[in-house]
Design a protein. Structure first.
Length: 345
């Protein structure tokens, strides 16, 4: 049955520099008519929304790789959905597509998303959820961040902060595939147990109950060769304190700084003393090579060598709550929100 209502979450406020916490008042629910399409356009009905820590920065207009959001604009976000109407032969009705469509049921496109990037189609047979996880920007962040920035070699010790999160949970598995010993950090015994027993990490440090610096030192007496940091703050300093000579540090995220102001690493001179390299990156920098990453990740998933964990919140109304939950560590693996049923399956 045709749905004539387009549900939307609009930007209603921004996290402040001195108080960067995301709250429900930053969002406003709205409804608009189902949009009409014109020549060369097609209409996407979204099925799942991607929920990512970086959205806090998008709300604050700190990310130059995403379009600016004004007050009252539809919240930015990646989504996957089906083409339900089309005047574009490249995107026929029934195609599964994904891109930056925003937090809404429907998106009208002429072939590009809200970021001006071509609307993509996932590999044949891919599950919609995987397009936002292991086969989407999350998985490609893990893939290129580890292999291009971290450059692990067999026998390396790899430290992954935020190991139970969307990116970290994949990075550790990829490092194991590369023949490395992998240590993670996560919050709470349940997450640490999952990281080791399900994902195959060699060890996991519980930052809520353990001395992270001392535990890493005990687990990596020869030092950490590759440090993939998703957290920042005290956990980052603990990682830097335990670097091996000529270590590589990949800066992916800083979720510790999304709910409070944190200083930079006081022990950054470790990079000098250990002749280490620390480099930040964004997955958009690797866009020309995305097909390479998708092929490799798809193969490992098909072979059962890579486990993808998706934490699905049900219902359009859950989008703000799911984003807020990221910053308290409520999720396991990749957080997405299901907002519609895929009638193609």
């Amino acid at each position: 049955m045709k749905n004539d209502v387009n549900r939307q979450w609009l930007l209603n406020g921004r996290p402040e520099e001195t108080n960067p916490v995301v709250i429900e008042d930053h969002f406003k629910y709205a409804e608009s008519p189902r949009p009409e399409i014109g020549p060369g356009q097609f209409l996407v009905r979204s099925l799942y929304l991607s929920i990512d820590p970086a959205m806090q920065g998008w709300m604050r207009q700190l990310a130059d790789y995403m379009p600016a959001m004004g007050m009252g604009d539809v919240m930015l976000g990646r989504a996957v959905g089906r083409v339900v109407e089309s005047n574009n032969s490249d995107y026929p009705v029934g195609d599964l597509v994904y891109g930056v469509f925003g937090w809404q049921d429907y998106y009208v496109s002429n072939g590009v998303d809200r970021n001006g990037v071509p609307v993509n189609k996932p590999p044949k047979g891919a599950a919609p959820q995987s397009v936002l996880g292991a086969l989407g920007t999350t998985g490609l962040t893990a893939y290129f961040g580890l292999f291009d920035i971290g450059r692990p070699v067999p026998g390396d010790t790899v430290l992954v902060s935020g190991a139970a999160g969307a990116v970290g949970s994949l990075v550790g598995q990829l490092a194991k595939l590369a023949g490395c010993r992998v240590i993670g950090t996560a919050g709470g015994p349940k997450k640490c147990d999952w990281v080791v027993k399900t994902l195959g990490f060699d060890a996991c440090v519980d930052y809520k109950t353990e001395n992270v610096l001392d535990r890493i030192a005990a687990l990596a007496p020869a030092g950490v060769n590759v440090f993939f940091d998703n957290v920042g703050g005290a956990v980052m300093e603990a990682g830097l304190a335990n670097l091996a000579m000529n270590a590589r540090v990949a800066l992916c995220g800083g979720i510790a700084g999304y709910t409070k102001i944190i200083p930079g690493p006081a022990n950054y001179m470790q990079l000098v003393m250990k002749r280490a390299r620390m480099e930040g990156f964004l997955v958009v920098d690797y866009m020309p090579r995305w097909p390479e990453g998708v092929v490799r990740m798809s193969q490992w998933i098909a072979e059962g060598k890579l486990k993808e964990t998706v934490d699905i919140a049900e219902g359009f109304d859950m989008a703000p709550k799911a984003l807020i939950g990221l910053f308290s560590g409520a999720n396991m693996g990749k957080q997405i929100v299901k907002i519609g049923d895929d009638l193609q399956n």
